[in-house]
Design a protein around this ligand. Structure first.
Ligand code: SF4
Ligand code: SF4
Length: 132
């Protein structure tokens, strides 16, 4: 909680997302094409384009409090369909990077049941996605 509060206080969200992803959420026209084709949208708390709106408005808490960037499977369907040529998957990755670099884990390993029975790749993927 302390880490999240510090991150919310310190970060220039739009600037950092643009730096890490080399994409601009500002270019989004909220057409919804990304959400319409996303195979995982039903599992997301908020739609991808809503995340971009929050980023542009510097609503850090709203970005952090939902699961959208963690549910994103980086399948790139939205990235190839976006009429503004925004690589949405890279923005999701940028948001994950920001959170992970603040030393905030998406999943608490102590709370995962039967972790030893899960495939190692699935566990690592759950924690880190593409993030190095
Ligand atoms: S497809 Fe592109 S322009 Fe349309 S809502 Fe998604 S990110 Fe924005
Ligand atoms: S890259 Fe993420 S947000 Fe885009 S379609 Fe795939 S799962 Fe959905």
């Amino acid at each position: 909680m302390m880490k999240i509060k510090k991150l919310m206080r310190d970060i220039e969200l739009l600037e950092k997302v643009e730096e890490l992803s080399e994409q601009s959420p500002n270019a989004c026209i909220q057409c919804g094409t990304c959400s319409a084709g996303c195979p995982f949208v039903d599992e997301m708390d908020v739609l991808p384009e809503r995340i971009f709106k929050y980023i542009v408005l510097d609503e850090v808490e709203k970005v952090l409090e939902n699961n959208t960037m963690w549910i994103c499977a980086a399948c790139y369907t939205c990235s190839v369909r976006c009429p503004r040529d925004i690589d949405i998957a890279r923005i999701m990755e940028g948001v994950r990077q920001i959170i992970l670099r603040a030393d905030i884990d998406n999943v608490d390993v102590d709370e995962v049941d039967n972790i030893e029975e899960l495939p190692q790749l699935a566990v690592v993927g759950c924690f880190r996605k593409e993030t190095g």
